[in-house]
Design a protein around this ligand. Sequence first.
Ligand code: RB5
Length: 142
Amino acid sequence: MKIALGSDHGGFELKEVLKTYLLQSNYDIIDVGCLTKESVDYPDFADKVVQQIGTDECQLGILICGTGIGMSIAANRKNYIRAANCYDEHTAKMSREHNNANVLCLGARVLGKEKALAIVDTWIGTEFSGGRHQRRIEKFSR
Ligand code: RB5
C-alpha cells in the first residue's frame, strides 16, 4: 500500500515521526513535504497529496497541520477526496468504515504523538463497509 504524506510547518515534526513509523511498518511512502520547519502554506501541500491520489499513484494520504482543519478544508475541494480530520481512534475507524476516507488529517498541535500513531494505525487498518455507505458517498461525489 502506498501512502502520500504531507504537512505544513505546524505538522512537520509529526510527519517525520509518522514517516519513520510507517517505513518501519513496511508501507511505501511518498513524502510531498514540507521538508523543514520554515513557515509554508498548508494548501500547497494538501494539493500535492491530492494530486498523488488523483493519479492512482497511491490510494491513501495523510495531511498534518496545526489543527488538521486547514488541510481537511483544502483537500476536500476535489470530488474524489474524502478527507477526515480525526481526533481519536473511534473517529478514525468511522471515517474508514462509513465514509471511506482516503485522506486522514491530523492536528499536530492538538494530538500527542502516541495518540496520532494510534489514530494512524486504526485508520490504515480499517476497511470501508460499503453497502448503504457507498450510496451515501455517491451522493456527494458527482
Ligand atoms: C499554521 O500556523 C496553522 O494555521 C496551520 O498549521 C493549520 O492549523 C491551519 O489549519
